[in-house]
Ligand binder design. Sequence first.
Ligand SMILES: Nc1ncnc2c1ncn2[C@@H]1O[C@H](COP(=O)(O)OP(=O)(O)OP(=O)(O)O)[C@@H](O)[C@H]1O
Length: 308
Amino acid sequence: MKAVQTKELIKKYGRRTALNGVSFSIEENTITGLAGRNGAGKTTLLKILTGLLKESDGKVEVYGNRPFNNLQVSANSIYIDDQMNFPTSLTLKEILEEGRRFYHNWDHTLAMNLFDYFGFHPKGRHNELSKGKESTFNMIIGLASRSALTIFDEPTTGMDAAVRKDFYRALLKDYLAYPRTILLSTHHLEEVEDILEDILLMDKGNLLMHTSMEDMKSYAVAVSGRKEWMPEWMEDKHLLYKEESGPYEQTVILQNNFTSEEKEELKRKGVQLSPVSASDAFVYMTGEANGKGGVDDVFSGRIDSGSD
Ligand SMILES: Nc1ncnc2c1ncn2[C@@H]1O[C@H](COP(=O)(O)OP(=O)(O)OP(=O)(O)O)[C@@H](O)[C@H]1O
């Protein structure tokens, strides 16, 4: 069964288009990452899926229901981000008690064990937690709720490296023991690539790619060598990024769809092919779309600031 299905999904904020006709579907009981640069539309998409925002146009369904204002969807989904607010009158322990009352799959033993492990004080208050501790507490709610659709929007904001590692490990362990549909947005693909099954890549309101993490890991290849060694047919390959390293040498990042004959020819000519990690491929894929080079351009005066 499809847990999530969207077709030509559009969201506009006034005249600004945040989602520009996004279509995809997610199978039930999978763990999917959502990556994209700042402003790509990730939060907008995730909030629409949990019914917190209303779509402007197109179709969106969560377990066959339109999420907006839908009690069925809100009872079976949870959205965790770093803006969560809880009544200041409640202690942390009382907030977890409330979670137990609201979420029908809630695992209170898991919640309390994680609460103790991460060293929370039962009488602590949410508004008094540090940024990283707040994210850790929110993550406990997200895991313990065991919601059929569990959404984490940049869940590790402020967490230190050790806590992030613990979180991903806890997420994977609990997901394997209690499969559910998990969507996780992140800017740190390198940290989560080993726990994700699939990945959605967004750029400027568009879905660039929806693929398995395995395919993403081999999606791109770096081709380096002297310019005159590069065969003409390489111009027909999908270029993701190009870097001149001096007057004679260059490295190009291309989509990795070379035939074995093509690879042989490159090897014969002395051209080097090297793997590109999933997170680097993502940076290359979304970087060029800016129409600018890297930040180096700022320092070499190549970006026109518009202020003469
Ligand atoms: N409430 C709002 N009113 C107007 N524009 C908004 C609003 N929320 C988001 N936007 C715009 O919609 C676009 C997508 O924003 P969104 O927050 O969904 O991106 P994001 O991928 O989650 O970004 P980030 O990684 O920075 O959190 C951006 O251009 C943003 O400025």
